[in-house]
Design a binder for this molecule. Structure first.
Ligand SMILES: [Mg+2]
Length: 239
């Protein structure tokens, strides 16, 4: 008789969500908080546009803005640490106080439905730092859904983040996932590229029509223009 011991049934799929533009409309307070922190550091007014931040990591955005304002070398690590700390201080207060941010339609329903699926593990793949991600998601009570995350503090290159998520899933949850068992849900051409570069199925909720062509260049498994039809997204993940 063969004895089978220690069988661990792992969830079949890891679903990694981007945050800004995918789960929620971030409004302007996070961007303004970061611009303020950078302005304080460089001593002049720094503005950040949507184009400067979309799909990029928090650290990369800060680094680019700092170098635009002449902070190129020297103790860049120390400068970044200082700006990051200040950014988080400002946004923790500013974010919940503003009302131009919202969860996109269908997202809460999608997360609830996925969370009830035994074969699904939810995670984050975002350029946000872990603390800014927590502030944004906790604002809607959805932080707890995500058991694993790759953040902007883990790598400045987004394409490296899936590898970080897999490593953390193995270390923190004892679960191994292959690219075939992973789905990435994002909103920008950079998300589509990240999925493709890592051999992951990408679902792109392309909320800006002007990005659609660039998104298509990376052949994601699915492109939608909103998350209203969350059942279709759910089907794509499950299928
Ligand atoms: Mg995004």
């Amino acid at each position: 008789m063969t004895e089978i011991a220690d069988i661990t049934i792992h969830p079949k799929k890891l679903v990694l969500f981007d945050i800004d533009g995918t789960l929620l409309h971030c409004g302007s307070s996070a961007r303004e908080s970061m611009a303020q922190a950078i302005s304080e550091e460089v001593g002049s007014l720094v503005e950040l546009l949507v184009e400067d931040v979309a799909g990029s990591t928090d650290l990369a955005i800060m680094q680019q803005a700092l170098s635009r304002h002449g902070v190129l070398d020297g103790d860049i690590g120390g400068v970044l640490a200082r700006v990051t700390k200040r950014y988080l201080e400002i946004m923790k207060v500013a974010y919940p106080a503003r009302d131009d941010q919202y969860l996109y339609p269908g997202i809460r329903e999608l997360l609830e439905k996925l969370n009830g699926e035994p074969g699904i593990r939810l995670g984050l793949l975002t350029g946000n730092l872990i603390d800014s991600a927590r502030v944004k998601l906790a604002n809607y009570g959805i932080w707890e859904y995500f058991r694993v995350g790759a953040f902007g503090s883990d790598a400045t290159d987004r394409n490296e983040l899936p590898g970080v998520a897999w490593k953390k899933a193995a270390q923190e949850l004892g679960e191994q996932y292959t690219p075939e068992q992973t789905v990435l849900i994002g909103d920008t051409p950079r998300d589509a590229l990240c999925a493709r570069a890592n051999g992951i199925r990408g679902i792109i909720i392309c909320r800006r029509p002007e990005w659609r062509e660039q998104v298509q260049e990376h052949f994601p498994a699915m492109i939608l223009d909103s998350s209203v039809d969350y059942e279709a997204i759910w089907q794509m993940i499950i299928g």
